[in-house]
Design a binder for this molecule. Sequence first.
Ligand code: HEM
Length: 208
Amino acid sequence: MNDILAIEPKHPIDWAIIVRRALKPVVFTLSCLPVAWLAWAALNNGLGANPIEKLIRFNGDWALRFLLIGLAVTPIRLMTGWTDIARVRRMLGLFAFFYVCLHISAYVGLDQFFNWRNIWADIVKRVYITIGMAAFLSLIPLAVTSTAGMVKRMGARQWRRMHRVVYVTTIAGIIHYIMMLKAGYQEPALYAAILAVLLAIRALKKWP
Ligand code: HEM
């Protein structure tokens, strides 16, 4: 009886391989949930009294959250030694760009009806829009160079150096958020605190 129980299974379950294989599809699926919820809410009259404002704000929030989640990857790797997590960093960055594009599309198409003169006036006059625009423009080269071919062409070192701009982008995103508010600064304050912790972890690991 004991001998039977002691028999090793022929193919032991390798959890490391399962987690490794599942990581990308799971992160991809989770990252699609906000836009899936938005589509569902839009189709079911669930966007509230001001649906355009809701669309702009919801996507702006998720753009900022994905920037922060992407920036959390390296600190998590440094603290836990879980190197596989780096495999989803690029995907998270692209989701940040995707949600920024939805955010801006809602503003340009639904709020401003493609009135480019008004949009330009907004960019020039309202400082929070100017800063948001600068943050958006800084993401374009990162999105364009996100393919494996581009990483190869640029060289990993130069690519990594260029992608450090995302810290500045995220700071600009938080300032953009704070400047548009008239009250209730808790959420952007929380984002700023998270960013400060992430930067501190990186700095401490670099200079022991
Ligand atoms: C990386 C770039 C950007 C990020 C991360 C970002 C993020 C955000 C966030 C978090 C909010 C506040 C959402 C809330 O109240 O819950 C917001 C608001 C807003 N953003 Fe952006 N944004 C970016 C770029 C832009 C650009 C380029 C424009 C326009 C050209 C823009 C237009 C607006 C507007 C109009 C609002 C205020 C909406 C309202 O008053 O209800 N944003 N953004």
